[in-house]
Write a protein that binds this ligand. Structure first.
Ligand code: F6P
Length: 341
């Protein structure tokens, strides 16, 4: 078979390990041929492909980013749609597609599968917000990077007796904030799943300060304080019409400073959380998912994605996988909140 691979949406450490896992298993064990679509769905819509011989995936499990490039192109727009894509696949002799992406990518893959295309999915997101998989690769790396950065903020905060606010990614879920915040011993962790008043945050800050600590607040970009209706967004919409997030830390800092009288600084970690080498955990998970996706193709499990369940890789239908965010459960938040202040 000739299998086309694409990486779509925001990039994520481990994408190259998925590609390598799929290609090595597919070529070495089963004699398949691989091509990559350049820049996600853009390459599919425009029939823009590159051959992936075994030599191209040599040593790439540890490489950040994606060798294929990515974009947030919607395959139903920009001159796309099922008929255009089918024509390209036929012309290029491609039998099936492995789509590596997050919710937007997999939702588009489902629509295309419903229209008769042969696609299997691999879930990808640093946010860890896909309900159908226990963990998504990239998340562990993002947590490591955030934790290391927050540890560094703590030492400079201690020197200056300041309150430090670190803002992390995650869109509408607080997994990165919860894990990095717990790992770094934050005095408050603010996540989208839990509304908290600025007064309450100020109390935690003052409690930590009163013990001679430099208060450390970790806030998820999607956090909504009690006095706000929706997450802070000042950079418009992305191509899927979703608000671009980021900047809540800068909103909170002056309010906290005014309430506590403690000098406060913010750091928005941003895309550094998605860059660079994946952790060993993410490399292993991504490699296993890539290999399993080839298995799904061989079995003709169109419209399904591979997913981590416990320690096993399983297949889940797109239908069941989509539409439900994996939010931080109340009890996980409460467990962490015992140590706030
Ligand atoms: O979904 C992954 C993610 O990194 C989010 O945490 C973040 O809000 C968004 O992507 C940023 O998107 P972009 O790379 O388009 O700025």
């Amino acid at each position: 078979m000739k299998i086309g691979i694409l990486t779509s949406g925001g990039d994520c450490p481990g994408l190259n390990a998925v590609i390598r896992g799929a290609v090595l298993k597919g070529i070495a064990l089963q004699g398949h041929e691989f091509v990559g679509f350049r820049d996600g769905w853009r390459g599919v819509v425009q029939g823009d492909v590159v051959d992936i011989p075994r030599s191209l995936v040599r040593g790439i499990a540890k490489q950040g980013g994606t060798i294929l490039g990515t974009s947030r192109t919607n395959p139903f727009e920009n001159g796309g749609g099922p008929d255009v894509i089918k024509d390209h696949l036929q012309r290029l002799g491609i039998d099936a597609i492995i789509a590596i992406g997050g919710e937007g990518t997999l939702a588009a893959a489902k629509r295309l599968t419903d229209a008769g295309l042969r696609i299997v999915g691999v879930p990808k997101t640093v946010d860890n917000d896909l309900d159908a998989t226990d963990y998504s690769f990239g998340f562990d790396t993002a947590v490591h990077i955030a934790t290391e950065a927050i540890d560094r903020l703590r030492t400079t905060g201690e020197s200056h007796h300041r309150c430090m606010i670190a803002e992390v990614m995650g869109r509408h879920v607080g997994w990165i904030a919860l894990h990095a915040g717990m790992a770094a011993g934050a005095h408050a962790i603010l996540i989208p799943e839990q509304k908290v008043s600025v007064e309450r945050i100020g109390q935690w800050v003052k409690e930590a300060h009163a013990r001679g600590r430099a208060p450390l607040v970790v806030v998820a970009e999607g956090f909504v304080p009690e006095h706000m209706e929706s997450p802070h967004s000042e950079r418009g919409l992305d191509t899927f019409g979703r608000p671009r997030m980021g900047g809540i830390a800068d909103q909170l800092a002056p309010e906290l400073e005014a309430r506590t009288g403690i000098e406060t600084r913010t750091t928005i970690l941003g895309h550094v959380q998605r860059g660079g080498v994946p952790t060993a955990y993410d490399r292993v998970l991504a490699t296993r998912l890539g290999m399993a996706a080839v298995h799904s193709v061989v079995e003709g499990r169109w419209g399904s994605m591979v997913a981590l369940k416990g320690t096993d890789i399983e297949q889940v239908d797109f239908q069941a996988a989509l539409g439900k965010l994996k939010v931080v459960p109340q009890k996980r938040y409460e467990e962490a909140a015992v140590l706030f202040g």
